[in-house]
Write a protein of this length. Structure first.
Length: 580
């Protein structure tokens, strides 16, 4: 029964730097859920804690660790959250000096010696793929055989006070042998594959996963989605480095999602040289709404320096197909690269103008442990892993290349962003969607989603984008030209409401409610437009259908007061206070 008594925490720590866009940092990597599932399958008491924001209330760290009394804490360590892990580990050791602290993940793998040399609060590092290595380690500790951990493959620890590591663990040959994390946990980031066919020199994936790409079967992957869907999750991130490596496999997954009638939306990442019209068409039919591509640069010379083996022709083809099927194209660019100049930045802008991405992210080239660029830099002898004793997330390439100044690189970034946002309305205006009635409902969904980004979403507060409101209205109207769409009706209704044209707002929203009678935001917005015209009884007839809603109750109280029915206003005010 010893297995059931041991308490294990798996923690995803907070990042070093604050971010404007937090979507990529708030979610633990899928690997931590696989580790948790393997432990659960073997009857261990394990809990996953997403502590990406716990530094905002640091007193909770001590409070929760006191309460949970873990025997082992495993940390999912990326380069940006390593200091969070170190700080939490130190607190845990002060509470219980006997707790075993284990670091795992990509940065722990490449910096195992660094961590064990400088941070006594870290006991063990799991190197590489960690599911069964960590299980073997837990079993060893549970049996009271900690002195024998040297027999476990795939770990690093201290021997006679000095860091050492054991031989590499065997990679999992058949990924379907892993227990399905969705049996035990809820999450939104899924992974079909491990590994990437690319060998980009700024990425740690090739060295971490090795040269061979491994796959889950389509049955495993779709069953995982279905289990999560039944738990109420309907939006997913497929976080593979290159989701569409195997065309047949991807299409099979899409067909199974459709056959099972899983009404989901999802986003994916791929390489432009692994896309085709067939793949994109099936992805869209199965619920894909966004594909991210690493373009990096419009300069072939710079892509060559990054070992990014894609051509302008492949880039242009992939973006054209993606746009045609109403999938949001998201492009990643890197600037401040070897040989970067005003001319190469202009080449990137020229490519952007050609491919018309609807979302673009621009990053300064940075060096991370495990990448070919970082290994090359270390070989020069100018740096060792001790550089990570500084509280930094990365090393900017321009900091090590005397031909690039910080001032120039910052200027490059500003030019790219400003020019991109200036061109964005033109990109939206020139969208041409495939004229196929099967896709009309999806086209409506695409146009309304895009409209909302300019109206309420990521672009709404971006002053560098001209004519945002006009773009949103045009997209909503275009959506309704294809198919009735609740988001488009709502967007147009709110637009006319804000502009004081309440009757037009009512006409549009009433039509929307006709198609979507139970859609709460459409109904409430329609009620508000009636209120603004003084038609409080019409508004009440709408709001009273949604008494479960705090917002509707608030409107109901307001309407009864306006109608001088203070008794009913008082009754609903009490309901509102109970709900609050």
């Amino acid at each position: 029964m010893g297995e059931q008594k041991m308490k294990i925490l798996l923690i995803y720590p907070y990042w070093l730097e604050k971010r404007k866009n937090i979507e990529d940092v708030v979610v633990p990597p899928i690997g931590i859920y696989y580790v948790g599932a393997v432990l659960k399958e073997n009857h261990y008491d394990v809990e996953i804690l997403n502590w990406h924001h716990i530094n905002q209330t640091p007193e909770k760290i001590t409070e929760i660790l006191h309460d949970k009394k873990p025997d082992i804490i495993g940390f999912s360590i990326l380069q940006a959250n390593r200091w969070g892990g170190i700080e939490i580990a130190e607190i845990a050791k002060k509470i219980d000096p006997h707790v075993k602290i284990v670091f795992g993940g990509i940065s722990a793998t490449f910096l195992w010696e660094h961590f064990l040399t400088h941070f006594p609060q870290i006991d063990i590092v799991v190197i590489g793929e960690g599911e069964y290595t960590f299980l073997n380690l837990v079993r060893c500790i549970d049996k009271g055989e900690y002195d024998h951990i040297g027999s476990i493959r795939g770990i690093a620890f201290r021997k006679n006070g000095k860091p050492c590591k054991t031989g590499p663990a065997e990679p999992i040959k058949h990924l379907d042998d892993l227990p399905m994390p969705s049996t035990y946990f809820e999450y939104t980031h899924l992974s079909l594959t491990r590994g990437c066919p690319g060998k980009c020199n700024f990425c740690g994936s090739p060295q971490y996963w090795g040269s061979k790409v491994r796959f889950h079967s389509s049955d495993y992957f779709v069953e995982e989605i279905e289990q999560l869907y039944k738990k109420g999750i309907n939006f997913f991130y497929f976080s593979d480095d290159t989701f569409s490596i195997n065309k047949k496999h991807v299409i099979d997954i899409c067909k199974k999602i459709i056959k099972k009638n899983l009404k989901i939306s999802w986003v994916a990442i791929s390489r432009v040289n692994y896309m085709s019209e067939d793949i994109v068409s099936w992805m869209r039919k199965a619920g894909c709404i966004q594909i991210s591509y690493g373009v990096e640069s419009g300069s072939e010379q710079i892509r060559k320096s990054l070992n990014k083996k894609i051509t302008n022709e492949e880039i242009e083809k992939a973006f054209a197909i993606t746009a045609k099927y109403g999938i949001l194209s998201r492009a990643y660019f890197i600037y401040g690269c070897p040989g970067e100049s005003r001319q190469t930045i202009r080449e990137t802008l020229n490519l952007i103008k050609t491919i018309k991405p609807l979302v673009s992210h621009f990053f300064v080239l940075s060096l991370f442990p495990g990448t070919a660029l970082y290994t090359q830099y270390k070989r020069t002898g100018k740096v060792s892993d001790d550089i990570w004793l500084n509280q930094i997330e990365d090393i900017k390439y321009f900091e090590i290349d005397p031909r690039l100044s910080q001032e120039d690189v910052l200027s490059f970034g500003k030019t790219l962003r400003n020019e991109y946002y200036r061109m964005l309305p033109e990109f939206v205006d020139t969208i041409e969607l495939i004229d196929n009635k099967q896709f009309y409902p999806m086209h409506a969904d695409f146009c309304s989603r895009l409209g909302m980004t300019f109206d309420h979403g990521d672009y709404a507060s971006n002053d560098a984008i001209p004519l945002k409101e006009n773009l949103a209205v045009t997209l909503y109207q275009r959506a309704l030209d294809y198919h009735p769409d609740s988001r488009a009706y709502l967007g147009l209704g709110i637009y006319h409401q804000k502009n004081g044209d309440y009757q037009t707002s009512i006409n549009i929203l009433a039509k929307g409610v006709g198609y979507f009678p139970k859609h709460e935001p459409l109904n409430l917005c329609l009620g508000v437009s009636h209120m603004n015209l003084g038609a409080y009884r019409d508004a009440l007839s709408i709001f009273l259908k949604f008494q479960h809603s705090k917002q509707a109750l608030d409107f109901i109280v307001h309407c009864y007061r306006a109608l001088n029915d203070f008794a009913k206003a008082s009754d609903f005010q009490k309901k509102l206070e109970v709900m609050a």
